[in-house]
Write a new protein. Structure first.
Length: 197
């Protein structure tokens, strides 16, 4: 299968929880802790800057408590991508926070803050599958207004591996609308997700 082709049928999406922790941890460890050892903790309130190991322990603790939420994309038993989401209390840190708060009317029910895809599976639809999985989990949790903070890349070339929040185009394909700009290229995008019946 060539780059850019849709291979979504080879993937399945599961929730991050104690039963899937090892698959998630394997993906992060294969990529040296992701973004310098972040372990996707940068958006949680207790983000550790001391070490990758501190971040790993903090993420593991949150997974055990049920306060670290993500959809994981698996092929076979191997995790090849994720999409992190949570409530604003679980994920209070966001990029361009001052501009975000200047125009804030009310907080969303859910935030989508982070994507990561294994370097060997990029440009194969993994990010879209991870987002689908997060939105399905949000529906199962009762739905509500969902926000994210992606970048508009329509007028520039940017490697997707550096876009931890994804692209505006990705979210628009999934029914999100631009709400307001909070950075030169960063937007708040929103969607209302109905709860699962």
């Amino acid at each position: 299968m060539g780059k850019g082709e849709d291979s979504s049928s080879e993937f399945r999406v599961v929730a991050l929880d104690e039963s899937t922790w090892e698959a998630f941890a394997d993906l992060v460890e294969r990529h040296n802790g992701v973004w310098g050892g972040c372990w996707c903790m940068a958006f949680h309130p207790e983000m550790s800057k001391t070490s990758a190991e501190d971040n790993r322990l903090a993420k593991r603790r949150r997974v055990a408590e049920g306060t670290a939420r993500a959809s994981l994309v698996l092929t076979g038993g191997r995790c090849v991508g994720w999409c992190q989401f949570g409530s604003p209390d679980e994920l209070p840190r966001i990029k361009n926070r001052r501009a975000y708060e200047d125009g804030l009317v009310r907080l969303p029910v859910w935030r989508i803050t982070c994507f990561f895809v294994d370097r060997g599976y990029r440009r194969r639809g993994v990010t879209g599958r991870a987002l689908d999985g997060a939105l399905a989990q949000i529906a199962d949790l009762g739905g509500g207004i969902v926000e994210s903070y992606p970048e508009d890349t329509s007028d520039r070339s940017v490697s997707g591996s550096f876009l931890h929040n994804g692209t505006v185009r990705l979210f628009e394909r999934h029914g999100f609308n631009r709400t307001r700009r909070i950075g030169k290229h960063r937007w708040v995008v929103t969607a209302s997700i109905p709860g699962a019946a």
